[in-house]
Design a protein around this ligand. Structure first.
Ligand SMILES: Cc1cc2nc3c(=O)[nH]c(=O)nc-3n(C[C@H](O)[C@H](O)[C@H](O)COP(=O)(O)OP(=O)(O)OC[C@H]3O[C@@H](n4cnc5c(N)ncnc54)[C@H](O)[C@@H]3O)c2cc1C
Length: 448
């Protein structure tokens, strides 16, 4: 059936599945569906390799990469990350959380990767599995037709109009949120509306020895910083800031990035000899989600459904998981299997659970009470091990994290109450900053 369908008729390409977006989510779902024998076409508006942010992977993504057959290639380009260094200027010290101490210590490390290289590995893997990948082609609109195939209208870089007739559509368009653009229904997160400024640098000081590949997360008054080292000696450095701070920008983005670095001594110290490579970048207003992630003839995977603050490096992990489960949903639909309903339910439940698990930590991460708990050594009731499990990507209920995480939350609220004035003031400050829209930067705005 798949071969018959792949015949092009009337200048239309006919397929079983049309995937919009060739990032991690799009490449993974198309690999898995092509492997199952379906005719899959993927539209990617850019050409790989291309710059993308989101460079710190989580340990529990590694089994998925292994299942896809790309783990050895990722290992070649990746710098091993055994944990996360958390730096608190408010406590004047740093501590490192190692993944090996998680409840399920079977995944003690992950990799830091340049996304240009990582995404190309996944994209090429999909080609190898038989998916038809079209680079430089932007999906423009879908005509959903009840009880029939659907038409996806697209355009290539020369302006040529292309049409794909497909039985199923997967939206894997990332933060472009392609189908939300057509349907609406995308809600900006009212609790967490920040923006990021970042760049790639050379000459950034590294952590010693085995810790060289660890991500550093540094709190500062306007949000938090990441420092992600790469195998080739370069480093990704960026800050996630409240809109009220981003709104103060009066200078070009690169200068603003350097000025912001100077406001955070632990980061500035590591960057005394650093040089920006290429442009400074920005991503704005970025936490959102949709109410629904599926409908008649389509599903959304990865950032196309939801995006949450990247402080726990959860984005690629959530994208890989939703793509893996999404492939089962699409396969069941195409086979008209009675499994379709249960698979869809499982897909939606798991994706929402992942987003929800990380969201609580993200909302409280910049509170003084959270900082105090994170900086205190020693673990009671397996709380630290459970938090580490979540940080390692074990966020879908595999390990028994429920009780210790519940206790961690209670501990957090007790510490909050104990230092109520300080925490309330920090909360008020954040809430005041949040309703603003970040209009002074655009996604990947370069140069200005
Ligand atoms: C500042 C910042 C820091 C981050 N840090 C991390 C981190 O350290 N670790 C982590 O795991 N995650 C991080 N993330 C999140 C991570 O970037 C995403 O979660 C991840 O890339 C999602 O993968 P995806 O495949 O869903 O989307 P994407 O990777 O965005 O891929 C979507 C693809 O779709 C293409 N596309 C879009 N629209 C169309 C169209 N109409 N037609 C054709 N193609 C289209 C795009 O070109 C793109 O290639 C970060 C995000 C931000 C903003």
């Amino acid at each position: 059936m798949a071969d018959m369908l792949s015949e092009a008729t009337d200048n239309r390409t006919i397929c079983d599945v049309l995937v919009v977006g060739g990032g991690p989510a799009g490449s993974v779902i198309s690999s898995l569906l092509a492997e199952k024998g379906w005719t899959v076409h993927v539209l990617e508006k850019d050409r790989h390799p291309r710059f993308h942010i989101g460079e710190s992977l989580l340990p529990h993504s590694l089994p998925i990469l292994k299942q896809l057959g790309v783990l050895a290639d990722v290992e070649k380009i990746g710098l091993t990350k055994y944990g996360a260094q958390v730096v608190s200027p408010y406590h004047n010290r740093a501590r490192t959380l190692y993944f090996s101490k998680a409840l399920d210590g079977s995944q003690p490390f992950a990799y830091e990767v340049k996304r240009a290289e990582f995404d190309k590995i996944l994209f090429d893997n999909a080609v190898g599995k038989g998916a038809h990948m079209h680079e430089g082609v932007r999906a423009k609109r879908v005509e959903f037709r009840r009880n029939s195939t659907h038409l996806v209208h697209a355009e290539d870089k020369t302006g040529q109009v292309l049409t794909y007739e497909t039985r199923f559509v997967v939206d894997a368009s990332g933060r472009d949120t392609f189908l939300s653009g057509q349907f609406g229904g995308k809600h900006r997160n009212p609790h967490h509306n920040s923006a990021a400024i970042f760049g790639h640098f050379e000459g950034v000081k590294r952590l010693p020895g085995r810790d060289e590949g660890n991500i550093s997360i540094v709190w500062f008054d306007h949000g938090w910083w990441w420092i992600i080292p790469f195998k080739d000696g370069t480093t990704s450095v960026g800050a996630v800031c409240w809109p009220s701070y981003i709104g103060t920008r009066k200078v070009p983005l690169e200068q603003f990035l350097w000025e912001t670095i100077s406001l955070c001594p632990p980061v500035a110290d590591r960057m005394t000899n650093a040089k920006l490579l290429g442009h400074a970048y920005a991503a704005a207003n970025y936490s959102y989600r949709r109410t629904t992630m599926s409908g008649d003839g389509y599903i959304m995977v990865g950032d196309a459904f939801a995006f949450i603050d990247p402080v726990f490096s959860s984005g690629v992990h959530l994208a890989l998981n939703s793509a893996t489960l999404g492939a089962e949903v699409v396969d069941a639909h195409l086979r008209a299997s009675p499994d379709f309903g249960p698979r869809l339910k499982e897909f939606e439940r798991t994706v929402r659970l992942g987003v929800k698990t990380y969201s609580w930590f993200i909302y409280h991460f910049t509170q003084p009470a959270f900082r105090s708990l994170f900086m205190s050594e020693g673990s009671m009731f397996k709380m630290e091990e459970a938090v580490l499990s979540i940080l390692a990507g074990d966020a879908f209920g595999k390990s028994p994290t429920r009780l210790p995480i519940f206790l961690f939350k209670i501990a957090y609220y007790l510490v909050y109450l104990f230092n109520f004035r300080e925490n309330w003031a920090a909360f008020q400050r954040r809430v005041r900053g949040v309703p603003e829209t970040v209009t002074t930067v655009n996604d990947y705005a370069v140069p200005h």
